[in-house]
Design a protein around this ligand. Structure first.
Ligand SMILES: Cc1ncc(COP(=O)(O)O)c(C=O)c1O
Length: 353
């Protein structure tokens, strides 16, 4: 598919981008999808389209990659950090509720590792207070909650397609949303504010190419190109199989590690499906475990250092965040891991550290 794009002579944002957007919208069950050149760009667009006045508070999680929170600062909004559930790393609904003030303009939730947040409760809270929800779905490509795929809910969702993600376009992202309210402004915002992109200005009746376009507001150079979109279309075809393999690996870990002293598995309720971007566990002496794995040729990572500890934010007193971020460790997880490799990781952990 990528070679086909290269041969076509049109590499920029064109027919493949639009094909990918339709395919991805269909996949998640959203009426609209607009792609971007990174997940961070998609998140920024999601915040921008809400048109919140500077100084408005956005309740958010510190247990995430910094992009989630930097985009709040990009818009001169104020991140208000809430606590997380101790056994999932997802935002805790009651903690979020306690942070709502008359200055709250949005709630930013992130499906940690691909495990869906308590969406029914969050959307009930959203309706109760009239506050929109942005879902950071960077980890949740293929996750579902109570039978509905993540990406099919209100208000707006942002995905990342970076190389580590369940679906990659090299670098890329997308927003999904339902209803027409955010079109066509979002479309213009992701391309410098230009109201008609170059491809759609081709083949304009008798004149062929039409050079005329309007720019009604300052936008960003955030759009995807056809090469990345072709990669995305190919990746989308294998996403179900890849996610199934990830689920199989998660099941192997969960069964084998359930009773290891010093290790606590994260909660996995039956009413939702994780895309298993991560398989994270909580470990006493987390650094000892990482050392043991590393000495035996196994890479383990930490997702994440708490964001509110970085200098552009303010450290908050959030007990669950503190505990979670001091114990969490991500075990190897990708669809190419063999059962033998998983068994090796399990054996190392079961021996203790
Ligand atoms: C939770 C989360 N949000 C946002 C992003 C940003 O995505 P990208 O790297 O595609 O800009 C990432 C990822 O890398 C992430 O993990």
């Amino acid at each position: 598919m990528v070679a086909e794009v290269l041969r076509s002579g049109w590499l920029g944002m064109g027919p493949k981008v639009s094909e990918f957007e339709h395919a991805f919208a269909d996949y998640v069950g959203a009426s609209h999808c607009l792609s971007a050149n990174s997940g961070t760009a998609a998140l920024h667009l999601a915040v921008r389209i809400l048109d919140l006045p500077p100084g408005t508070e956005v309740i958010t999680t510190p247990v995430t990659f910094i992009s989630t929170n930097h985009v709040i600062l990009y818009e001169r909004l104020v991140p208000i950090f809430a606590d997380v559930e101790p056994d999932t790393g997802n935002l805790d609904v009651e903690s979020v509720r306690s942070k709502i003030t008359e200055k709250t303009g949005a709630i930013m939730i992130m499906h940690y590792g691909g495990y869906p947040c308590e969406l029914d409760e969050f959307y009930a809270l959203s309706r109760e207070h009239g506050i929109p929800i942005i879902e950071d779905c960077a980890h949740a490509c293929g996750s579902s909650y109570k039978g509905h795929r993540i990406g099919s809910h209100d208000t707006i969702q942002a995905y990342s397609f970076d190389p580590t993600k369940n679906l990659t376009t090299g670098s890329g992202g997308a927003v999904t949303f339902s209803g027409d309210a955010y079109e066509p402004r979002l479309r213009a915002l992701r391309y410098m504010g230009v109201d008609k992109d170059s491809f759609s200005r081709m083949n304009q009746g008798e004149t062929g190419y039409s050079w005329e376009y309007a720019v009604n507001e300052i936008g960003f150079r955030y759009h995807m190109n056809d090469i990345a979109a072709a990669l995305g279309l190919a990746q989308l075809k294998r996403l179900a199989a890849d996610n199934q393999r990830r689920a199989g690996i998660a099941d192997l870990y969960s069964a084998a590690l359930a009773n290891v002293p010093g290790l606590t598995l994260l909660r996995r309720d039956k009413d939702r499906v994780s895309a298993n971007f991560l398989y994270a566990v909580l470990a006493d002496d987390r650094d000892g475990l990482i050392r043991k794995l590393s000495e035996n040729g196994v890479g383990a990572a930490v997702h994440f250092k708490r964001c509110d500890a970085y200098p552009m934010y303010e450290l908050q007193n959030l007990p669950n965040v503190e505990l979670f971020c001091s114990q969490v460790v991500s075990l190897p997880m990708h669809p190419c891991l063999s059962d033998k490799e998983v068994a090796y990781v399990v054996r190392l952990i079961s021996e203790g550290w």
